[in-house]
Ligand binder design. Structure first.
Ligand SMILES: [Zn+2]
Length: 218
């Protein structure tokens, strides 16, 4: 899953319970940031597989540290611990729980779209995934529906602080949709190193724009 991961962040920001849109954007993609970083160094592994129909024609065949359930839980605990350390007193526990839950939400949403490549622990034999990537007619409305629902909640619950605040959310949405379309409708970048750099860059740019958007809304 790609832009659908951001739905819970927008929804939480609408409920005014979130530690911030920027932090939330990093949290929900933290294990993918880990995956792109580890695959850059060849520690986690994937390969193109043009025989696969539907979106994301790649085999994600070795992701024990980021996309096993236990691995994701460890990233969630780590992120929660860091959040508790850097949050203001009085918000430590709540922020830590929210960020930890957002990190873990990634695995649960990935489970819907991935093709039997998500292990429970490390690289355990049995792997999970409902393989919705095989069915674009289902995955497009699901992913866009999640994003639009979260975005609508965010828009309704926040107000622009100035002229910029009226524009920024739409700029963020346009960027997310543009990169999502690129991800769906162009073949995956064949150079593994460049694939990793593109992935990390996209997520960091999204997070920076989310942070800027947050600052322009009240
Ligand atoms: Zn993922």
């Amino acid at each position: 899953m790609f832009v659908g991961h951001y739905a819970p962040v927008f929804a939480l920001a609408a409920a005014r319970r979130a530690p911030g849109l920027g932090a939330g954007f990093v949290a929900v993609q933290l294990v993918d940031l880990g995956f792109f970083s580890l695959s850059y160094f060849g520690i986690e592994k994937w390969r193109a597989n043009p025989a696969l129909e539907g979106f994301m024609p790649i085999d994600l065949y070795y992701m024990p540290f980021t996309h096993s359930l236990a691995g994701s839980a460890a990233w969630a605990l780590g992120a929660a611990a860091v959040t508790a350390l850097v949050s203001p007193a009085g918000r430590r526990a709540l922020n830590a729980v929210i960020i930890g839950a957002l990190v873990l939400s990634h695995w649960l949403l990935d489970l819907i779209v991935h093709r039997h490549d998500l292990p429970l622990i490390h690289d355990s034999e049995e792997k999970f995934g409902f393989a919705l990537w095989d069915q674009p007619a289902l995955v497009v409305p699901l992913e866009l529906g999640l994003l639009f629902a979260g975005f609508a909640l965010f828009l309704r619950a926040t107000k622009p602080k100035g002229a910029l605040g009226a524009v920024m959310p739409w700029l963020l949405l346009a960027l997310l949709l543009g990169v999502q379309a690129f991800n769906w409708f162009t073949p995956p970048e064949p150079d593994p190193a460049l694939f990793s750099i593109l992935g990390v860059s996209a997520y960091l740019i999204f997070a920076a724009l989310a942070l800027a958007t947050d600052r322009t809304r009240a």
